[in-house]
Design a protein around this ligand. Structure first.
Ligand code: 3PG
Length: 212
């Protein structure tokens, strides 16, 4: 199994986090890991992202990756910060080649059959469908299962607590991702208890599915 597939298989839900207050990094990661959501995506959308990746990586059991990685230069910087995987909203040849050269787990974004074929040329078998709800959601993934039986997806973009089980019950979905689990308001207010409660509710709901 590819390393990125292994990582995605560790948790049914991957919280996508944009954290600008570095002091929140460890308590947020701890609240998520305590509720078995141990795969965390820290987006490069804040200036503190690399420090947040470093801090969260110190939480026992956390598997911390970097999101919104757009360029080879960013990829090198997140590897340096200790990220264990990278996520991109789309895929460029430059980024795909850089990940291959570094032998680093990359979850590249796709939104069409042609995208899937292009990243398959790089040997990748686990992809992010983005923005999932906009580009066809559950129906698109069902359609992809015919021509791409070996490919597993992590749909992200418009996934919520309400629709996540529609995705997770698909055979070709390994996990779902999204910002909904940790709302910006909870982060701003450092409401770690609210994050803990939301994580528990989401994990419990995902666990009701027999194949999760
Ligand atoms: C991402 O970065 O993966 C997406 O922006 C998350 O999409 P969402 O905000 O709709 O969950």
């Amino acid at each position: 199994m590819s390393r990125i597939r292994e990582i995605c298989s560790l948790s049914p839900i991957v919280p996508v986090l944009a954290i600008s207050n570095q002091s929140s990094a460890m308590p947020v990661a701890q609240a998520l890991v305590n509720n078995k959501l141990n795969v965390l995506e820290v987006t490069l959308r804040t200036e503190q992202a690399l420090d947040v990746i470093k801090a969260m990586s110190a939480v026992e059991g956390a598997v911390v990756g970097a999101g919104t990685v757009l360029t080879p230069d960013q990829l090198l910087r997140v590897i340096d910060a200790g990220a264990q995987f990278a996520v991109s909203p789309g895929a460029t040849d430059a980024l795909l080649k850089a990940a291959m050269d570094q032998n680093f787990p990359l979850l590249p974004g796709v939104s069409s059959a042609s995208d899937v074929m292009r990243v398959m040329d790089y040997g990748l078998d686990t992809l992010k469908l983005f923005p999932a709800q906009v580009v066809g959601g559950v129906k698109l993934l069902q359609s992809f299962s015919g021509p791409f039986p070996e490919i597993a997806f992590c749909p992200t973009g418009g996934v919520t607590l309400d629709n996540m089980t529609d995705y997770l019950s698909l055979k070709n979905v390994v996990c779902v991702g999204g910002t909904w689990l940790v709302p910006q308001g909870d982060l701003n207010e450092q409401s770690f208890l609210a994050i803990d409660t939301a994580a528990k509710m989401a994990f419990d709901k995902a666990s009701l599915l027999s194949d999760v």
